[in-house]
Design a protein around this ligand. Structure first.
Ligand code: SF4
Ligand code: ZN
Length: 308
């Protein structure tokens, strides 16, 4: 079997269209899809300063590489990178090393903020005394810093490497937890109502699967090597991911079905939750929050401060 568009050896079979593509045709397909997502959902405007939330992993490196490739020649759009160093020995230190080299090679400004400096402890240290699920506390701190620091750095939007698999997991998780209001904030560009303290997130890889991103990053030699967080086990998201992967293997096209349906429902959800999604300011730090005190300040008071 050869590529559907030329006669070269195929590297992938696309699930949603059943087409097989060779290396060059796949790269063209992938990049076209990213540009189409940016254009269709108006992800990037003139005078935008896009900060890419980069970890050094395949999704964020691919996002950073492509946004830089597409926009680096434009004077009216600025692309920079922001990384969070959670302090995970043997994992984040390695991926950040790779990210630093990558940014140096492509002349991209990179800012790094650490849990140790911002919260007083690395994640490794926090988890010595905290017995909850690592991703819960880590995810809250990470989102907090990404928003606060990207705003401080003058970002108009924060680009993330979320792909189709990540989004389908979030949709199903929110459905299972009766959290449709949280799903209303999802989509290729996040948020329901604009808020001056909340930097909207854009997801250029939204319609590309995890497998497609992996193959693209491999073909483009964007990754050093695959590295997995040692705390990424037993999370609720991990169980949903396994379930969806299992279903996709048995019934190919399941994840595309979830996303296509969700995209049709999204405008209705956003309209429905417009009034009730009022964003408050945390009484302690002033960051946007849905509660009186934001989750990050709650963790600082309950988990960090008593052990400092
Ligand atoms: Fe943090 Fe969980 Fe991500 Fe590891 S997998 S970096 S613990 S959110
Ligand atoms: Zn707070």
């Amino acid at each position: 079997m050869s590529c559907k568009k030329c006669v070269e050896k195929p590297v992938i079979k696309l699930i949603n269209s059943n087409k097989t593509l060779c290396k060059n045709c796949f790269i063209e397909y992938f990049e076209k899809k990213v540009k189409k997502t940016i254009a269709d959902y108006n992800l990037i405007d003139k005078n935008d300063h896009i900060i890419v939330a980069a970890s050094g992993g395949k999704d964020s490196i691919t996002t950073l590489y492509l946004l830089n490739k597409i926009f680096s020649k434009r004077k009216d759009v600025k692309i920079t990178a922001l990384a969070i160093d959670e302090g995970i020995h043997g994992y984040r230190d390695k991926s950040l090393e790779h990210l630093k080299k990558f940014c140096k090679k492509y002349k991209i400004i990179l800012n790094i903020y650490s849990y140790k400096k911002e919260f007083g402890k690395s994640l490794d240290k926090i988890l010595k005394t905290y017995n909850g699920v690592p991703c819960s506390i880590c995810g809250v701190f990470r989102r907090y810093l990404l928003n606060a620091k990207s705003r401080e750095l003058g970002a108009t939007k924060l680009a993330t490497g979320h792909n189709l698999d990540d989004e389908t997991q979030s949709i199903v998780m929110n459905y299972f937890r009766n959290s449709l209001n949280v799903s209303a904030r999802l989509g290729p560009i996040t948020g329901i109502i604009p808020d001056k303290k909340f930097i909207r997130r854009i997801k250029p890889l939204y319609f590309l699967t995890e497998k497609e991103v992996t193959i693209y990053s491999f073909l483009m030699k964007l990754l050093d090597k695959f590295n997995e967080c040692p705390y990424n086990h037993d999370s609720y998201r991990g169980k949903i991911r396994d379930m969806l992967n299992d279903f996709e293997a048995k019934y190919p096209g399941t994840k595309h079905g979830i996303i296509t349906t969700f995209i049709q429902l999204l405008p209705i959800l956003k309209e429905h939750y417009k009034k009730s999604n009022y964003i408050k300011e945390c009484s302690s730090c002033g960051e946007p929050s849905s509660q009186e005190k934001c989750k990050s300040c709650q963790y600082i008071d309950e988990v960090i401060k008593p052990t400092l």
